[in-house]
Design a protein around this ligand. Structure first.
Ligand code: HEC
Length: 202
């Protein structure tokens, strides 16, 4: 039961679709539906040829030349060697260790003051006179009066007494700046309402 569209039947033994004038696939029909016998699009054919060429090159490299980058074990060994090399290079130049030493330059102290008024003043007051937290201007200290002592308190806090740890919130540099600001500027100054001394006199 050929479709009505098929009228021509030429001597080359294929049928022509009258609507598109294209060739039809012979003896290929389903419920009256027929398909054109078109050539495959050139871009598709070229893609196909390229995959064949790629496969040939790949197989030759893999099985004939045993190229390093195609053999998993060797690739893995190479990567591991790179990692080992990177590790030794790293350990050869350790990160410079942070030194907790009093900063006295004005820029650092100004930066320390900024942190102080923003975060610490809430409990210690802007002039360091003390409120919830102790007075920073007198010679009395609960945890010691060295840069290291103060740096440790600011880093680790005294949670049970209400002093928060700042090691996650402030960088080492920021903590050192604010501690230096306390020792260089607040300590020895005269606050408006000094809190009574706490701790030991140094
Ligand atoms: C939530 C309130 C609060 C905040 C905010 C706070 N502190 Fe404190 N701080 C305290 C309390 C309370 C103490 C006393 C701890 C104790 O009794 O051991 C203290 C103690 C200290 C001490 C030790 C004083 C001493 O006598 O040994 C230092 C130094 C200090 N704070 C610095 C800071 C700095 C710097 C900041 C800001 C980054 C800050 N604090 C923010 C409440 C606070």
């Amino acid at each position: 039961m050929a479709s009505e569209n098929i009228k021509q039947q030429n001597n080359e033994d294929y049928e022509i679709d009258t609507l598109t004038n294209d060739r039809l696939i012979k003896d290929h029909e389903y419920d009256g539906i027929r398909e054109l016998d078109n050539d495959l699009p050139p871009w598709w054919k070229w893609l196909f040829y390229i995959t064949i060429v790629f496969a040939a090159v790949y197989l030759i490299r893999l099985f004939v030349f045993h190229s390093d980058d195609l053999i998993q074990d060797r690739e893995f060994a190479k990567e591991m060697k790179n990692v080992a090399a990177a590790k030794t290079a790293e350990s050869a130049t350790p990160a410079a260790e942070f030194k907790v030493e009093l900063l006295t330059d004005e820029a650092s102290l100004a930066a320390g003051q900024e942190t102080w008024t923003k975060i610490c003043a809430a409990c210690h007051l802007a002039d360091g006179g003390g409120l919830v937290g102790p007075n920073m201007t007198d010679d009395y200290w609960i945890h010691g009066n060295t840069v290291n002592d103060l740096f440790n308190v600011v880093s680790n806090g005294v949670i049970e007494k209400g002093m928060l740890p700042y090691k996650n919130q402030l960088s080492e540099q920021k903590r050192l700046e604010v501690v230096s600001y306390i020792l260089e500027k607040l300590h020895g100054s005269t606050p408006a309402n000094p809190k009574a001394p706490q701790g030991k006199k140094y």
